[in-house]
Ligand binder design. Structure first.
Ligand code: SF4
Length: 497
């Protein structure tokens, strides 16, 4: 007879079962349930509900489902519900028993659309506050960066934009007033837009998600995207600001907005940002002005076209003019407004000045007078250039790489930020906020653990030391007892003898 066991499964109709007893004390969701108080959500969402009709999903439950989606890296509402129904710890976290029916998945998407961005911002701030109270955030130095988020629309949904009569009058106006601008015609625009490689946001839009934008990164295919912008505290890598933006905007255009968001998030805790680190994509007059306005020291490399000094010309700041090696003055002439940036134009006062100059051919080119163009924000770029030559700036560059880039990588690969399952800029914003707060929450839970482990370690160390001390303290007594025993033995021996 063999003693090999075999388990037979006989399904019971009635079982005695208590969900809370099945979840271990150190389970992540069990700890999260006791740590995260979402009671404020019901108060904040009260205005979204009327007094009649069907009862809605509990707002706390809705946000718990959302958090589960991001914690488990699941990008579909249907899959979140499926996943939750098979995980006892998640059921315990959201407050459902194993035989209770879970909400229908479309309830999640409807509720997500119903709540405004401000509810998601409140929850983001609540979790950030928890991190701040734990001493995880210094907030003084922020590293800012962005990543594309794939929109929930394909390039097949692109439709041609209508060019109305206003466009022709705009082009006529542009051609007339800007002498340096190449002549543009409607015919030319239409010819360009026919080529698939020239599909652009100027000529096309997505009919399924009009807020998404055609965009690409070097070596990557074109697709419809949004931008996710984040601001990370360099002390403990907690995300202090997060938002979505249109993917055809430059990073530098988004900087003043993400900066204002982050300042607003930290203001309640009296934390003032002192330094901001970002890559060269964030370099623009607008961005530098926003930093100086908020009295923040920036570490942002100037864009590659920036020229700190012009060979053969020196700048005279008192008279706001350039002086060439031949002694000619190139004086301030006018301000020129361009779409990309506003320029300050300098010009020699008369063509006769350069007439007899031996450098004329190379210096003037096709012009009869010398022209120099600078951005109106040159003093801001000059100050940044000077700062970027320091050793501190070098260190800042390394801090940026080791801070914000890994955080973005985690958000995209492990916290579900990679793609949207909703449409529109507002939904994209909620998506980025949810991913960012989930990341912070995970960090918060780990940090709590770290502190607890450290305390346990310290207690153990203390106990160990106490134990050793106790042994050491009884050693003299032991020695004395041993000495006395020997003496007694000798004494007895002596007596016997
Ligand atoms: S061409 Fe005119 S601006 Fe240029 S070096 Fe000669 S004098 Fe100076």
């Amino acid at each position: 007879m063999t003693m090999q066991g075999k388990k037979e499964y006989n399904e019971k109709l009635f079982v005695s079962f208590q969900l809370s007893q099945r979840i271990p004390e150190n389970n992540f969701y069990r700890r999260l349930k006791s740590t995260l108080d979402l009671s404020f959500i019901s108060r904040e969402t009260k205005s979204y509900y009327g007094s009649e009709g069907q009862q809605s999903i509990d707002p706390e439950v809705f946000f718990k489902f959302m958090l589960v989606g991001y914690l488990e890296n699941i990008n579909s509402d249907r899959k979140i519900i499926e996943h939750a129904s098979m995980r006892m710890d998640i059921l315990y976290f959201i407050g459902y028993d194993i035989d209770e029916e879970l909400p229908w998945h479309s309830t999640l998407s409807r509720t997500r659309k119903l709540y405004g961005d401000e509810i998601f911002i409140s929850l983001f701030r609540k979790i950030l506050s928890m991190c701040i109270e734990k001493g995880m955030v210094s907030g003084k130095r922020q590293a800012i960066d962005s990543a594309f988020i794939k929109a929930n629309a394909s390039l097949d949904s692109l439709k041609e934009k209508e060019l109305n009569s206003d466009t022709q009058s705009y082009l006529d106006n542009l051609n007339e007033n800007d002498e340096n601008h190449k002549v543009i015609s409607l015919k030319k625009i239409k010819r360009v837009e026919q080529r698939p490689s020239h599909l652009s946001n100027k000529t096309h839009y997505s009919s399924t998600d009009p807020d998404s934008r055609i965009s690409t990164k070097p070596g990557k295919p074109r697709q419809l995207n949004y931008y996710g912008q984040i601001s990370v505290d360099t002390y403990s890598h907690v995300i202090c600001g997060a938002m979505a933006d249109f993917a055809d905007k430059r990073d530098s255009q988004s900087l003043p907005i993400i900066l204002a968001n982050t300042i607003g998030n930290l203001k309640k805790h009296d934390i003032l940002i002192q330094e901001v680190i970002a890559d060269t994509n964030y370099s623009s007059g607008e961005a530098l002005k926003a930093l100086e306005f908020n009295r923040i020291t920036g570490y942002i490399p100037n864009f590659p076209a920036y020229i700190p000094t012009r060979e053969g010309f020196s700048y005279d700041p008192d008279n706001d003019r350039y002086i060439c090696t031949q002694g000619a003055h190139i004086n301030y002439y006018k301000i020129q407004f361009r779409e990309e940036c506003t320029k300050k134009v300098y010009r020699t006062s008369s063509p006769t000045i350069c007439y007899a100059c031996p450098l004329k051919a190379t210096c003037l080119g096709q012009n009869s007078q010398k022209y120099i163009e600078d951005t109106v924000d040159k003093p801001l770029y000059d100050r940044m250039h000077e700062r970027m030559q320091t050793t501190k700036a070098e260190i800042m560059g390394k801090i940026r790489q080791s801070t914000v880039e890994p955080v973005l990588g985690t958000l995209i690969n492990y916290v579900n930020m990679k793609r949207l399952n909703t449409r529109g800029i507002s939904q994209a914003n909620k998506h980025v906020l949810m991913a960012a707060m989930t990341y912070n929450l995970k960090k918060y839970m780990k940090y709590t653990n770290k502190i607890r482990n450290r305390i346990v370690l310290q207690v153990k160390e203390t106990l160990k030391l106490t134990y050793i001390y106790q042994i050491l303290s009884i050693l003299p007594n032991l020695y004395n007892s041993f000495r006395i025993s020997i003496q007694i033995c000798f004494h007895l021996k002596f007596n016997i003898v």
